[in-house]
Design a binder for this molecule. Structure first.
Ligand SMILES: [Zn+2]
Ligand SMILES: [Zn+2]
Length: 262
């Protein structure tokens, strides 16, 4: 058990090339992006800062968000910004994969746990569906609930640095007991706020809402496709005498003229 809690710390010190492909997704000079071993959504990754022999920050500094924020503020901000930059790239990659696999994209959460269970700072990047067989209990769900407060969105954490120092100190304290209490709160859907009696009901509800979102997105794409097809047909009828290239030229001229009028 203790070993499992230290696994991220071990990864962070290893050469990325020594990590198996089943674990490592990508890396940069400063970070590693790995697959969450127990994904709580259709897409779930962790981004962690690497620790190299010459690193200025020690394993102890990087143990958690709390330990990082307790140290030098400027350096802490740099570490979080570096994680955020990689998260932006990863988000784009996840969205591309969503389009490829499901034909639409949905929101992605990027944040830290207020009271993490595993050692070594790590940023969670996961899709908002929270549909996964690994999401089994209230603690799992509440720890990723986007409105409950245990899951700290990275943009919020970055905003603490800009707030007045007293606010930063209060937020940076990250009292374990305070955060752990949030995990025991009653279940409610993050999307429609409905109270959920138990996990099976919640899981079925999340699946239903994601299925509906998928159906709506597909219907929207289909409407757009039909509209474009129809528009193309009308276009062809109007331009019978003209070669298509000339027609496009004419259209471009028209739109320029419109711009001039405005
Ligand atoms: Zn975590
Ligand atoms: Zn709902």
């Amino acid at each position: 058990m203790a070993d499992a809690l230290l696994i991220l710390q071990k990864y962070a010190q290893r050469l990325p090339s020594s990590l198996p492909q089943s674990i490592l997704f990508s890396h940069s000079s400063e970070t590693l992006t790995i697959y969450d071993a127990y994904p709580k959504a259709k897409f779930h990754f962790l981004i962690l800062p690497r620790v190299k022999p010459q690193s200025e920050l020690s394993l102890k500094d990087l143990d958690s968000l709390k330990s990082l924020l307790a140290g030098d503020k400027t350096r802490a901000k740099q570490v979080i910004e570096a994680l955020n930059e990689d998260a932006m790239i990863l988000r784009k990659e996840i969205e591309d994969e969503m389009m490829k696999l499901y034909g639409f994209k949905w929101s992605i959460y990027i944040g830290f746990h207020g009271a993490p269970s595993m050692h070594h700072l790590h940023l969670h990047v996961l899709s908002s569906d929270l549909c996964s067989s690994k999401l089994k209990n209230k603690k799992h769900f509440n720890s990723f609930h986007p409105k409950l407060g245990f899951f700290l969105h990275i943009d919020d954490v970055l905003s603490w640095f800009e707030a007045d120092p007293a606010y930063f100190t209060r937020m940076a304290a990250l009292e374990v007991r305070e955060y752990e209490a949030l995990l025991k709160k009653d279940l409610f859907c993050w999307k429609c706020d409905s109270v959920m009696k138990n996990m099976p009901i919640l899981k079925a509800h999340l699946q239903k809402e994601w299925d509906e979102e998928a159906a709506q997105a597909k219907a929207r794409a289909e409407r757009k496709r039909r509209f474009q097809e129809r528009y193309r047909k009308t276009d062809v009828q109007h331009s019978e005498a003209e070669p298509s290239d000339a027609h496009i030229d004419k259209k471009q001229r028209t739109s320029t003229e419109n711009e001039d009028v405005r």
